[in-house]
Design a binder for this molecule. Structure first.
Ligand code: NAD
Length: 280
């Protein structure tokens, strides 16, 4: 039976660490979160961020603006936050309502405050391996989980299913940076199982319940399920957890695996943003 990778417990340890360091700063870190419109899932995510900040000694400011605000005024709000020295990090909750170009909005955030790590300068530094301050939260959270359980990617065959800009691609890059041999699969990959069965470390970030069944997993593989699928009030991942946990060596549950780690990494990035400024 697989060891369950406990993201809740590790995220709690990281929050405690962030709080200990935040308290030592001359002023607490401050995170500005902008929520545009009334998407219910986004409201839950923003509220969770507010609660995480409270636990970490980070001051949060939620700017909840109407969907009719318009891109130009949203960008001018971001510019204003860029100039406020007490604000360490700025985050715009995605997805934006129709009529907004997410590229224009994300590019307006000052790279020094880009705690979600979506600005092209941050992304460029990340792919070049130029030790950026900010790492993309979900892939960074997965690497923390692997490290906490002493799973070393070096020399392993890592297969990442999903190739989005915010999850799959940076996930593959971080595994490559740790000397794994990486295969990336996506919607056009033929015979997905022939790839996943070769994985020592299998990371799945698609958004499709039970995409990965037990017959697609190599015995003793490490299985990381990033997928979040809502079924009524229940959250499910992309992996058939009950069947796969019987053959994997390690597996993340959904919920309680990667999700809390993503949130913890945002807190860490916000602390890092404040540390960067305090080093000036
Ligand atoms: P996305 O829709 O942007 O990308 C999905 C990727 O999956 C694409 O690269 C696509 O080619 C690939 N794909 C789709 N169907 C496939 C198939 N049948 N076989 C192989 N590949 C397939 O999604 P995303 O933003 O990368 O998110 C992926 C999942 O991760 C979603 O469920 C999302 O909710 C979840 N997510 C979780 C966290 C977390 O903290 N746990 C964070 C971000 C995203």
């Amino acid at each position: 039976m697989a060891i369950i990778l406990d993201g809740n417990a590790l995220a709690k340890r990281i929050r405690i660490h962030v709080k200990k360091r935040a308290i030592l700063l001359p002023a607490p870190p401050e995170l500005a979160v902008i929520l545009v419109g009334n998407d219910p899932a986004s409201q839950v995510y923003v509220d969770n961020k507010r609660k995480d900040c409270e636990k970490c000694g980070i001051i949060s400011h939620v700017h909840h603006v109407d969907a009719t605000l318009g891109e130009a005024r949203l960008i001018s709000l971001i510019h204003q936050l860029n100039t406020q020295s007490e604000i360490s990090g700025i985050l715009v909750q995605m997805p934006l309502p129709e009529g907004y170009n997410p590229q224009n909005v994300l590019h307006a955030i000052s790279p020094e405050k880009d705690v979600d790590a979506f600005h092209p300068l941050t992304v460029g530094n990340f792919y070049l391996g130029s030790t950026p301050t900010f790492l993309p939260c979900t892939p960074a959270g997965v690497m923390e989980l692997l490290d906490a359980y002493e799973i070393d990617p070096q020399g392993k065959h890592a297969v990442v299913v999903g190739a989005s800009n915010i999850v799959g691609k940076p996930m593959a890059t971080l595994l490559l940076a740790r000397n794994a041999t990486v295969t990336t699969c996506h919607i056009y990959t033929q015979n997905l199982a022939s790839h996943t069965r070769n994985a020592d470390i299998l990371v799945v970030a698609v958004g499709k319940v039970n995409l990965i069944t037990a017959d697609m997993v190599k015995p003793s593989a490490v299985v990381i399920d990033i997928g979040i699928n809502r079924e009524g009030d229940t959250l499910r991942g992309d992996v058939d957890f009950e069947a796969v946990k019987k053959i994997a060596s390690h597996i993340t549950p959904v919920p309680g695996g990667v999700g809390p780690m993503t949130r913890a990494m945002l807190m860490r990035n916000t602390l890092n943003a404040a540390l960067g400024r305090s080093r000036d």
